[in-house]
Write a new protein. Structure first.
Length: 352
């Protein structure tokens, strides 16, 4: 426990006084938590530890501590690869800090932080930016390539990157308010529709982007590993069947963000709204509608068909394909606990 006052302990030895002073210095340099500018992928991320529990720390050098947000720490405990990445994170942050001449601020923290270490930074010329160190993550493997492809339209600009360290120096959005904090869901539909129409483009071959079928196959394999836990095997098998069928039957294949929703759109000065955290795959644009819809829980529960049709019409995509993709994800997308599915009744209502 940190000593409350050095002057209140006149009898302590010089050694104890110095030790107490050292503990005070550690407390004073611990960065306060701040809201993140990112967002975790989907609803199957691990839950955070109790808010009162101490955060894990790694020390970089003698004068700076890298604070690891709780949810990121929990995500990294799931695999050896991620644990190894986390162990090397302090050295990686120090490397890009030196190479890009950055002054790194306290990392963003909160419920949003589970797949990357993200912090505000200042460049040598005074420019404000954001440093993002991406955790090993199948879906985000080509985020850097995606940001280069979109080149700030309508995403944040990529200033610099190191693929080996999954490090990104990106444009900082000011004020950085999430779309969902500003507009109700119906208004979010319209903002997102305008952004999607700018996101969807055909990448020129050769390119690094994987087909959407690769994501569907990844999810299917993960779901099958937990088949004994499925609460409704028939529903899940139908969803898995669509994961196989829908990518093959798409009439057009464009570069998708795959995780564009109101939590991954920030208010900015360069444009009213900018997209962050794209996870690019090439495939059916109807798929891209689903993440926002899955976040609109109450509307899906009360008016599933009308909610899907309205958003699909705004996007100018086939509402039937949006319905099938939405069903497949609710029924068969991997999750931490197969017993918990807040949209199971929606799946039955929109089933093929």
């Amino acid at each position: 426990m940190v000593c409350g006052s050095l002057r209140g302990c006149p009898q302590v030895s010089l050694v104890r006084r110095l030790a107490c002073l050292y503990r005070w210095r550690k407390v004073l340099r611990t960065p306060p938590p701040k809201e993140t500018c990112g967002h975790p992928r989907r609803l199957r991320q691990p839950s955070s530890r109790a808010s009162g529990q101490r955060r894990m720390r790694h020390t970089i050098g003698d004068a700076m501590a890298v604070v690891i947000p709780d949810r990121l720490s929990a995500s990294c405990r799931l695999t050896q690869e991620r644990s190894a990445w986390l162990a090397g994170l302090p050295a990686a942050v120090r490397e890009v800090e030196r190479r890009w001449s950055l002054t790194v601020g306290p990392p963003f923290d909160g419920n949003e932080v589970s797949c990357a270490w993200v912090a505000p930074v200042t460049l040598a010329d005074g420019t404000q930016a954001v440093l993002k160190m991406g955790m090993p993550h199948f879906e985000a493997e080509h985020e850097i390539a995606g940001l280069r492809f979109w080149n700030g339209d309508p995403t944040v600009h990529l200033i610099a990157a190191d693929e080996n360290l999954t490090a990104m120096l990106i444009e900082r959005c000011e004020p950085g308010t999430h779309l969902r904090a500003v507009h109700a869901e119906v208004e979010q539909d319209e903002v997102l529709a305008r952004l999607f129409r700018r996101i969807w483009r055909s990448p020129v071959a050769p390119h690094v982007f994987r087909p959407l079928s690769a994501l569907a196959e990844h999810w299917s394999a993960e779901a099958l590993e937990h088949s004994a836990e499925w609460p409704d095997a028939g529903l899940t098998r139908e969803g898995l069947s669509l994961f196989s069928e829908l990518p093959r039957t798409a009439s057009r294949n464009l570069l998708l963000a795959t995780d564009l929703h109101a939590g991954n759109v920030l208010k900015a000065r360069r444009e009213p709204w900018l997209v962050i955290d794209p996870k690019p795959f090439v495939g059916d644009p109807a798929f891209d509608a689903t993440q926002h819809l899955l976040n609109c829980t109450e509307r899906l529960r009360t008016e599933p068909v009308d909610t899907i049709r309205r958003f699909a019409d705004l996007l100018e995509v086939d509402h039937e394909r949006v319905r099938l993709w939405t069903f497949a994800r609710i029924a068969a997308e991997p999750r931490d606990d197969w017993r918990q599915n807040a949209l199971s009744e929606v799946a039955r209502a929109i089933a093929p």
